[in-house]
Design a protein around this ligand. Structure first.
Ligand SMILES: Cc1cc2nc3c(=O)[nH]c(=O)nc-3n(C[C@H](O)[C@H](O)[C@H](O)COP(=O)(O)O)c2cc1C
Length: 185
């Protein structure tokens, strides 16, 4: 069956190297719509989308993520990332940080929105990588100053982020297994 949405789903994969080409205003506008059209439990819409395109702030985020990994004391992980060039956001020219007011379904809401963004990016000829790694940098007392720098509204917490841009590498999607679908028929 030929279906353009499913084709986009099957073509999406996590890309971990981006060119310097910036996104256009039209692309950013389309991605805003993809984010804002995501459904939320009870239509609460208690989530915000922080679109970071500023070069200095993108660099700042990458540096803060690396620092948080070092500060966490996970030296093996820190060394592994350093040995791969210290890249945690892969030169993505747009990072969308999804922040939520914590509630029972807030992270489900954020997960839906991040996939909306990933699929929208792919359908626009862009690529993406979902980023859980910034979590530590924004967490608790440790991340308070960074949350302010990145303009988190009061009471909103990091849920997930996504890097989006023009790919500078190729990668196919993960392998999957039809046995993971359980039919009750
Ligand atoms: C919740 C979540 C968090 C993730 N965090 C990261 C991350 O911080 N860094 C990264 O490189 N990839 C991250 N990924 C990407 C996964 O590693 C990737 O989706 C998985 O390996 C499957 O590969 P595919 O997306 O190419 O199909 C994350 C994915 C999800 C769903």
């Amino acid at each position: 069956m030929e279906n353009s949405v499913i084709k986009t789903m099957l073509e999406r994969s996590s890309i971990r190297a981006y060119s310097d080409e910036k996104l256009t205003y039209a692309e950013l506008h389309a991605l805003e719509e993809a984010a804002l059209s995501s459904p939320t439990a009870m239509n609460r819409q208690d989530q915000r989308f922080i679109f970071v395109t500023n070069d200095a702030m993108l660099q700042r985020l990458e540096q803060a993520i690396m620092q948080s990994i070092i500060d966490s004391g996970n030296t093996d992980f820190a060394e592994r990332i350093k040995s791969r060039g210290g890249k945690t956001t892969y030169n993505a020219r747009l990072i969308v940080i999804i922040v939520n007011k914590p509630s029972h379904f807030s992270r489900v809401d954020a997960g839906i929105a991040v996939e909306n963004l990933a699929l929208a990016a792919k359908s626009l000829g862009l690529d993406s990588v979902i980023l859980g790694m910034p979590e530590g940098a924004f967490a608790g007392e440790y991340g308070a100053a960074l949350r302010e720098e990145f303009r988190f509204p009061e009471g909103f917490e990091f849920s997930i982020a996504i890097g989006i841009g023009h790919r500078a590498t190729e990668k196919i999607q993960h392998e999957w297994n039809r046995e993971h679908v359980i039919y009750i028929d």
